[in-house]
Design a protein around this ligand. Structure first.
Ligand SMILES: [Zn+2]
Length: 192
């Protein structure tokens, strides 16, 4: 998104992270915020923007600029700097930069919110760590006592069109012998 006059003035028309002057500066809304208002936005040069979008911070020398930008008076710039420093935290200078600055608690929360959301995401995986999705077919990896019946589903039983139990990554639902039952993901293998 192109930058408006408020952002032009705030940034002095240079990248708010690496201070590169550029004709083409962009307003980047710092996730997980989605509202495109100046408080949520950082003015970026194409170089910074591309690397952030690619989630690729391997150009370490480029990001030394964060040692300066972390001290910005603009909260969004501090948050974005902090987020990237965090990804570079195997570098000593990056850890030092994070330690040196005092960031308001709300800003730290903003900076960490994306990772927190990611961690909360429930991902179902079979006994081999393969991601399961609704509609997949799985094979039982051991004999399974079907609760409430005296039927034992033998190892190797194919269960088609499973459903994921939304709030529990360890459970799926599937039909065995006509009954829909809850099956633990650690007892299944995705069938391809
Ligand atoms: Zn830049």
């Amino acid at each position: 998104m192109a930058i408006n006059t408020t952002l032009q003035e705030r940034s002095n028309q240079i990248c708010e992270l690496c201070a590169a002057p550029d004709e083409n500066l962009y307003a980047y809304t710092v996730p997980p915020k989605t509202e495109d208002v100046v408080e949520n936005q950082v003015v970026l040069c194409p170089g910074c923007l591309d690397q952030i979008k690619a989630d690729n911070y391997s150009d370490i020398p480029h990001w030394r600029s964060l040692e300066g930008s972390i001290w910005s008076e603009v909260p969004a710039v501090q948050v974005l700097s902090y987020k990237i420093l965090n990804k570079l935290s195997s570098e000593e200078w990056a850890r030092d930069a994070m330690d040196a600055v005092y960031l308001d608690e709300a800003l730290v929360e903003w900076a960490n919110a994306e990772d927190a959301l990611e961690a909360e995401k429930i991902i179902h995986k079979d006994s081999y760590g393969v991601v399961l999705e609704s509609g997949d077919s799985v094979v039982l990896t051991q004999n399974l006592n079907v609760k409430g019946t005296n039927y034992i589903a033998p190892k190797g039983t194919m269960v088609r069109k499973i459903k994921l139990v939304q709030d529990n990554a360890e459970q799926i639902e599937g039909k065995i012998n006509g009954d829909t039952i809850v099956i633990l993901t650690k007892f299944v293998k995705k069938s391809v």
